[in-house]
Design a protein around this ligand. Structure first.
Ligand code: TXA
Ligand code: MG
Length: 353
């Protein structure tokens, strides 16, 4: 693969220098690739209407061809330009949650290349809530396809340094706008069913959506035990967010969970394995293990979502053999956190009461 010269451009979100945004937009208009921050994770952007540009995204990430991309827009007119119709239910959502971490599935029109949608007749669209992303998309004046800016399979990038780690030499530009806020990707919502269906849990929670709709469901394929169900969101079938080490999650009543993690830690250590523990503010003093990272606060799930992917990458750097992670509640943002943890662990969860 040809090695590209990847330019890293720092932009201060409190002082969006026009000339820097223009540099990024120029590359996008020319059919190049630019990684940029959003409020969820960093995205790897290219012109969504240009097949050749989109191919560069798949190549740089090593992404399976059938895994469709999310199209990012900055203005509502851009939506009408690329979809068949905007149903009333979508309008209600847009009014409430855009810009923000909600991706909605629409019927695509013929302007959207099959390369984006993996051959599906639908297209996933969102308006990110981040000043750099919005300004860049506006300046390029194009819909921008952007998956998370990581090598396929690795934890999503929540800081420019993660993008630099994965994609240097493979893309044209990385805009460094500091750490992202939410830390897990957007919620993907399907409105083609009678009851709106969450294909991927994310920054907008089921509880948030229930303030608009009387009923909301999770795609049954989200449960790893339902392996024979084909997920509607093709990305959900791949192993994801994976640290290099093996990972195992322990959930349950907090004292029992701690006891189980300590027990497992000694067992693995006896086997000569280097163990890493993902702990929380509430539990960090309860473990006797050198490699422990506090991912956040159990009472503030947004601190855990913000730090989760970074924590997985940190354990890769330390080089542990096994990561034992505390589970969290499946309510609210906890659903998205547990979905990502589950995938990183390949479904290995120990539930205790
Ligand atoms: O927060 C986010 O959504 C980030 C930032 C960069 O915006 N983007 C992101 O993109 O996570 P990506 O490509 O890593 O994940 C896109 C997800 C995949 O699970 C994919 O299968 C699903 O959206 N998806 C895309 N188009 C779809 C469609 N037409 N129908 C169903 N699922 C779709
Ligand atoms: Mg991704």
């Amino acid at each position: 693969m040809k090695v590209l010269k990847t330019k890293v451009l720092k932009i201060d979100i409190n002082n969006l220098e026009k000339q820097k945004i223009e540099q990024g937009a120029e590359i996008l208009k020319r059919g190049g690739t630019v990684a940029f921050p959003t409020e969820t994770v960093y995205g790897l952007g290219a012109n969504a209407l240009d097949e050749k540009a989109i191919s560069k995204i798949f190549k740089a990430k090593g992404r399976p061809q059938d895994n469709p991309l999310i199209v990012h827009i900055a203005e509502i007119e851009q939506l009408y330009d690329i979809v068949e119709e905007v149903p009333q239910r979508a309008l209600d959502l847009i009014e409430r949650f855009w810009p923000g971490p909600l991706t909605i599935i629409f019927k695509k029109n013929s302007k959207v290349p099959d390369r984006i949608t993996g051959g599906l007749s639908t297209v996933a669209i969102r308006m990110p809530n981040h000043p750099i992303a919005l300004k860049l998309i506006k300046e390029a004046n194009l819909p921008i396809a952007a998956p998370s800016a990581n090598t396929s399979g690795r934890p999503s990038p929540t800081d420019a340094s993660h993008v630099i780690e994965d994609l240097t030499g493979k893309i044209d530009m990385i805009i460094d706008g500091g750490a992202t806020g939410i830390g897990v990707e957007s919620t993907v919502l399907d409105l083609s069913t009678e009851i709106p269906t969450i294909l991927r849990p994310g920054g907008v929670t089921k509880e948030d959506l229930l303030t608009i709709f009387p009923k909301v469901e999770f795609d049954p394929a989200l449960e790893l035990k339902n392996k024979n169900i084909i997920p509607k969101s093709p990305g959900q079938k791949y192993r994801h967010y994976s640290p290099e080490a093996e990972m195992i999650i322990v959930t349950g009543e907090i004292h029992n969970m701690i006891e189980k993690i300590n027990e497992l830690t000694s067992e693995y250590q006896k086997e000569g394995k280097k163990v890493g523990i993902i702990a929380t503010n509430q539990t960090k003093d309860k473990y006797n293990n050198e490699n422990l990272i506090v991912v956040g606060d159990r009472r503030k799930l947004e601190t855990i979502s913000r730090n989760l992917f970074k924590t997985l990458r940190e354990f890769d750097k330390i080089g542990v053999d096994i990561i034992i992670a505390e589970g969290v509640t499946e309510e609210g943002l906890g659903k998205a956190i547990m979905n990502r943890m589950n995938k990183a662990a390949g479904g290995r969860v120990i539930k205790i009461n």
